[in-house]
Write a new protein. Structure first.
Length: 114
C-alpha cells in the first residue's frame, strides 16, 4: 500500500482513465510522462470499482519499474566486474609500462614560488 502511495506522488507517472462511462468494467493505465512512445507501464481492469482498477494499474506499474531497476542494477554490476578485471590486468603489466609518480623535487619545481 505504501508503494502505491509513493507511485501516486511520483511526478513522472500519469494515471489515465481509459473508459469514459461510469459503468464497469473500469480501465486505468499508468504511463511514464517521459516516455515518448506512450506505452503503459501498468493497466488495471476491474468490474467492481474504480479504486480497485487504479490500485491494479499502480501495482503492475510497480512490478515493471522494479524489473527495469533490477535489470539496470545487473548491468551495472556486470560493468563493475568488467572494470575490476581490467584493473587486475593492469596490475600484472610489466614494470616498464607502469607510470612512476613524480618525485618531490619535480613537484616542487612545478609549484610557483610564493
Amino acid at each position: 500500500r505504501l508503494v502505491h502511495q509513493r507511485l501516486r506522488m511520483n511526478p513522472a507517472l500519469k494515471l489515465e482513465n481509459e473508459c469514459s462511462s461510469s459503468q464497469p468494467p473500469f480501465v486505468f493505465r499508468v504511463y511514464d510522462k517521459t516516455d515518448t512512445a506512450r506505452e503503459p507501464l501498468g493497466e488495471g481492469v476491474s468490474t467492481r470499482n474504480k479504486k480497485e482498477a487504479k490500485n491494479l494499474a499502480y501495482m503492475r506499474a510497480h512490478r515493471v519499474l522494479k524489473k527495469k531497476l533490477d535489470s539496470s542494477e545487473e548491468s551495472i554490476s556486470a560493468e563493475t566486474t568488467h572494470t575490476a578485471a581490467a584493473d587486475s590486468l593492469s596490475l600484472t603489466a610489466p614494470v616498464s609500462l607502469i607510470p612512476t609518480a613524480p618525485t618531490k623535487e619535480a613537484f616542487k619545481n612545478t609549484m610557483p614560488a610564493p
